[in-house]
Design a binder for this molecule. Structure first.
Ligand code: DGP
Length: 115
């Protein structure tokens, strides 16, 4: 079993979050420390801890993350200008919450990725 994280509590509505989208497979809510005017986290409704833990059974839900990201980008009015989708993995990737999540960041020019 995957460990509980703060995102499990958000899914169970035990702690507040600004939820912008939810369905039976994924939930999306605004990041508590936004890096841009739009900064939404999209998560599967069950815990996959990291990108390393992804397997065949997750294929549909992970595809759905992209579909929902595109819908939210439209709803936020940032689709045409563009945005960035990021999934961080483990220490070197800067992952802090071990419930796989996609960052949807936009609403201003983000510049080149700097590593
Ligand atoms: P990452 O570094 O990829 O694991 O990103 C985790 C993000 O989660 C980080 O940008 C801050 C956000 N975050 C952490 N705790 C909470 C919380 O309790 N509520 C919300 N809305 N976001 C959170």
């Amino acid at each position: 079993m995957a460990q509980e994280t703060i995102f499990s509590k958000i899914l169970r509505k035990e702690i507040p979050a600004d939820i912008v989208y939810e369905d039976d497979r994924v939930t999306a809510f605004r990041d508590i420390h936004p890096k841009a005017p739009t900064h939404v986290l999209i998560i599967p409704n069950y815990n996959i801890p990291t990108a390393n833990d992804v397997s065949e059974k997750d294929e549909a839900v992970l595809g759905h993350l992209f579909i929902v990201a595109a819908k939210i980008a439209q709803a936020e009015g940032i689709a045409e200008d563009g945005y960035r989708l990021i999934v961080n993995c483990n220490k070197f990737g800067g992952q802090e919450v071990f419930h796989l999540h996609m960052h949807l960041i936009g609403g201003k020019p983000l510049g080149m990725m700097v590593v």
